[in-house]
Design a protein around this ligand. Structure first.
Ligand SMILES: C[S@@+](CC[C@H](N)C(=O)[O-])C[C@H]1O[C@@H](n2cnc3c(N)ncnc32)[C@H](O)[C@@H]1O
Length: 278
C-alpha cells in the first residue's frame, strides 16, 4: 500500500473541510489511509496534493471521492441477536409511547432501516414509529431510498431474518425483478432519509431509540465523544442507544449517563441527559 504522508493527509482533509464542510479530520487514520491509497491509484494522482486539487476544482469528482472515503458495508439483520434484544428488551418499552421516533445514524444503503422496519411491523409498532435515516454520504441515501438491492443479498437476508427472531416468511417482504429484489414500498413509508454529518451537524430530533452501528469503528475517540454528546442530547429520558458489536462507550466521559440494557449487544439506556455546552 502507498505510504500516506502525514502532512499531506492533514492538508488534504483541511482542504476538504474548508471547501465542502465534510470533516474527516478526526477519523481513525489507518482506515482512512487505506482509502486514500486506493484513491491515489484510481486517479493516478502523484500525491494527495494532486488529488486535493482535483477535489477542490471539480465538485463532481469530489462527490465520487466522498463516496470512497466512507465505508458503506452493511447487511440485513446484521448481528441477528441484536434484533432479538430489540424485540425482547427495547420494543416492549417503545410500545408504551403513542408515537415513537427512531434515528438510524450512519444508515448506509438501507439494510439496517429495512430490517428495523420489518421488526417494527411484526411487533405492531410500524404505524406509530417514524425512522429518521441519516448518513454523511448522499450516494448511499439515494440508493437506500429505492428499496432495491442485488438479488445476491437474499440468502443472507433469509438466514439472518430467521436468526433475528422473524415471525413471518422472509419472501413476504420482497419481490424479485430481473436479478434485483425490491422490498415492499410500505416498509419505507414512515422513513425520512436525510444527510446528516455526525462530525459537524447539530441535534435535530428527540428520539426514543438511536442506532449508530458500525460507524464509531472509523472515528477517533474525540469524534466518538462528539457523537455520543449529540446522542445524549437527542434521546428522551431512558431512551435507547444501540452501538455495533465491536463498539463501546466504556472510555467515554458520558459512560456514567448510560446503563447497559444488553452488554453483549451494546444496547444502552440513557439515565441522565447531557447538558448543552454553554
Ligand atoms: C459501515 S456503514 C454501517 C451501516 C449500518 N449502520 C450497519 O451497521 O450495517 C458506516 C456508515 O457510516 C457513514 N458515516 C461515516 N461517517 C459519518 C459521519 N460523520 N456522519 C454520518 N454518517 C457517517 C458512512 O457513510 C457509512 O454509510
Amino acid at each position: 500500500m502507498t505510504k500516506i504522508d502525514e502532512v499531506e493527509r492533514h492538508l488534504f482533509f483541511e482542504g476538504i473541510y474548508l471547501k465542502y464542510g465534510y470533516d474527516f479530520r478526526q477519523y481513525a487514520e489507518a482506515s482512512l489511509d487505506r482509502r486514500l491509497a486506493g484513491l491515489l491509484g484510481d486517479y493516478q494522482a502523484s500525491s494527495l496534493l494532486d488529488l486535493l486539487k482535483r477535489a477542490l476544482r471539480e465538485p463532481e469528482e469530489f462527490r465520487k471521492i466522498l463516496g470512497s472515503l466512507t465505508i458503506n458495508t452493511s447487511e440485513f439483520f446484521r448481528d441477528p441477536t441484536f434484533f432479538k434484544v430489540l424485540r425482547e428488551s427495547v420494543f416492549p418499552v417503545l410500545k408504551t409511547y403513542s408515537k415513537v421516533t427512531i434515528w438510524s445514524a450512519g444508515c448506509s444503503t438501507g439494510e439496517e432501516v429495512l430490517s428495523l422496519a420489518i421488526a417494527l411491523k411484526e411487533e405492531g409498532l410500524d404505524r406509530r414509529a417514524t425512522i429518521h435515516a441519516t448518513d454523511i454520504n448522499p450516494f448511499v441515501l439515494k440508493s437506500a431510498k429505492t428499496g432495491i438491492f442485488e438479488a445476491s443479498c437474499i440468502p443472507t437476508f433469509n438466514k439472518n431474518y430467521a436468526a433475528a427472531g422473524g415471525t413471518g416468511t422472509p419472501s413476504q417482504y420482497y419481490g424479485a425483478e430481473y436479478g434485483l429484489v425490491r422490498f415492499n414500498p410500505d416498509l419505507l413509508e414512515n422513513v425520512v432519509f436525510s444527510e446528516h454529518n455526525l462530525a459537524t451537524d447539530a441535534a435535530f430530533l428527540e428520539a426514543h431509540l438511536i442506532l449508530c452501528r458500525n460507524v464509531f469503528i472509523y472515528f477517533s475517540r474525540e469524534l466518538q465523544e462528539r457523537a455520543l454528546e449529540l446522542f445524549a442530547r437527542s434521546l428522551v429520558h431512558k431512551g435507547f442507544l444501540a452501538l455495533g458489536s465491536k463498539e463501546t462507550l466504556r472510555f467515554s466521559s458520558l459512560a456514567p449517563n448510560f446503563q447497559a440494557v444488553s452488554p453483549g449487544e451494546n444496547v444502552f439506556s440513557l439515565l441522565s441527559r447531557s447538558e448543552p455546552k454553554p
